[in-house]
Design a binder for this molecule. Structure first.
Ligand code: S2G
Ligand code: ZN
Length: 462
């Protein structure tokens, strides 16, 4: 019986296969730190036919494939720990075409998110899904996890921007979904089945993305706010009065890590329990005036305690840094991440109940809160204390997960708002999805992937 590696070496050029230890470790995991990578090889297809071929071989010889993009995921969906073959899109990363009339761009799945954004900017348009890892994340992975980021308030999730998709299914068929149409009411839309499927149904190999008008004269204002209840109220007040581009929050404890990591000072003259950063278009100063008049009222009410305004590119970048640099500033502390969402109307009570649990159970842990408050999406990060091993730390965090997820379930929230399920959240799926739904997901997986060769064991076990 030939080994998987022998099969690969028989059918593909050796230059498209890597097996060095360092590569296996590097390509075998994503930004989670809780899994030991153990792939058998990494395959670098240069053409869609090669992807079709390896899918057919995987079905014939029963080995498992793990799609691999920028590996910036945070749930372990791109982890290969059971001798799988990683299929990397590093060599399928081109912008294929742009259509001015359609305001659309067709790209290979390995195209880097930021390169797509820059291409759109050259056409004086915008690809609006934006997040901290855009410089290394690939669009195929963004689509496979339905990535969100900081502008969901204004532009929605990745799902809203995929006009068409070419896939290689787990059976090796090459299918095209929706052909870039805006309107197409002809039965089930398989685009939306593959978006968020985390590589379990097949490979997304190309995507046609919608572009839009770029905002003019962006401005930001950062507020110091006394508590989470006021964070939600301030967000709601501004959102009711003007069209926001973003409204993000972060707790005071996150600021220390960003200051240390990026060598900046405090955002405001004093420290406050919470901060928000709000982005909007100046609209020839009309919105700027409106923002300051609302701010005055909320300052009088004590909902906002201080502010700093950013109207120029440098100040805007500096202020966004307090939010966008949190993730990279804390990554060396191997944070245990929870990416939670509830309806906005439930945020305040959800957060206070969760905060109590966290404080009672993590008395000596450093707990950081930040995220996309306008989407009801809170990132709860617990930093690993030096005295604990990763294993001990993970065990403690998993125990408290069960308490936190009970509250998520109580508020009919999500145990994974935008980071996906992968391996990290697989055991908790039932806190957010019914048994019937999970059963249907497994039936659909079985229709598309009867030999279970695609990203086996991710999202759920089949
Ligand atoms: C964010 C990025 C990853 C993380 O900053 O919004 O989604 O949780 C996160 O650090
Ligand atoms: Zn986020």
């Amino acid at each position: 019986m030939k080994s998987t590696l022998e099969i690969l070496q028989k059918h593909f050029d050796s230059s498209s296969i890597k097996t060095e230890k360092e590569d296996l470790e590097n390509y075998g995991t994503d930004w989670t730190r809780y899994f030991n990578p153990n792939p058998v090889a990494i395959f670098f297809p240069k053409h869609i036919d090669e992807i079709q071929k390896i899918v057919l071989l995987a079905n014939e010889h029963h080995f498992v494939l793990v799609p691999s993009g920028g590996r910036t995921g945070l749930s372990g969906a791109a982890v290969a720990k059971k001798e799988e073959v990683i299929v990397s899109f590093d060599k399928l990363n081109q912008i294929i075409s742009y259509n001015e009339l359609d305001q659309s761009i067709t790209v290979e799945a390995g195209a880097i998110t930021e390169e797509i954004q820059n291409f759109a900017k050259e056409k004086e348009l915008l690809y609006p899904i934006d997040f901290a890892s855009k410089g290394s994340s690939q669009i195929g992975g963004n689509i496979a996890t339905n990535a969100g980021g900081v502008n969901v308030l204004k532009y929605g999730m990745t799902r809203e921007w995929v006009l068409g998709m070419k896939v290689v299914t787990a059976k090796g068929e090459i299918l095209e979904f929706n052909q870039g149409l805006i309107k197409n009411a002809t039965g089930y839309d398989f685009r939306h089945l593959f978006i968020g499927s985390e590589g379990t149904l097949g490979f997304i190999v190309e995507a046609t993305l919608k572009l839009t008008r770029a905002p003019k004269e962006k401005q930001v204002i950062l507020f110091g706010i006394p508590n989470m209840e006021k964070v939600v109220k301030v967000m709601n007040t501004f959102r009711a009065e003007l069209d926001l581009l973003a409204f993000e929050f972060f707790s005071d404890a996150t600021v220390d890590y960003v200051m240390e990591h990026t060598h900046v000072g405090l955002p405001l003259a004093k420290r406050y329990p919470f901060y928000t950063i709000m982005e909007f278009e100046s609209n020839n100063g009309k919105n700027t005036e409106l923002v300051f008049s609302i701010y005055q009222k909320l300052y009088q009410k004590g909902w906002i305690l201080d502010d700093i305004f950013g109207g120029d590119e440098q100040t805007i970048k500096h202020l966004w840094g307090y939010r966008e640099n949190i993730s990279s500033s804390i990554s060396s502390f191997i944070p245990y991440k929870n990416d939670l969402s509830v309806r906005i109307s439930n945020i305040h009570s959800f957060l206070s109940e969760t905060e109590d649990i966290v404080k009672n159970n993590y008395p000596d842990f450093i707990v950081l809160w930040y995220g996309h408050i306008a989407d009801g999406n809170l990132h709860l990060n617990i930093l690993k204390p030096n005295k604990l091993s990763v294993k001990e730390f993970e065990e403690k965090c998993k125990k408290v997960n069960l308490l936190i997820f009970e509250i998520v379930k109580k508020y009919k929230g999500s145990i994974s708002a935008e980071h996906g399920v992968g391996l990290l959240k697989k055991d908790y799926l039932e806190y957010s999805r019914s048994k019937e739904e999970i059963e249907y997901m497994k039936l659909i997986k079985n229709i598309f992937d009867p030999n279970n060769i695609m990203n086996r064991g991710k999202v759920f076990d089949t």
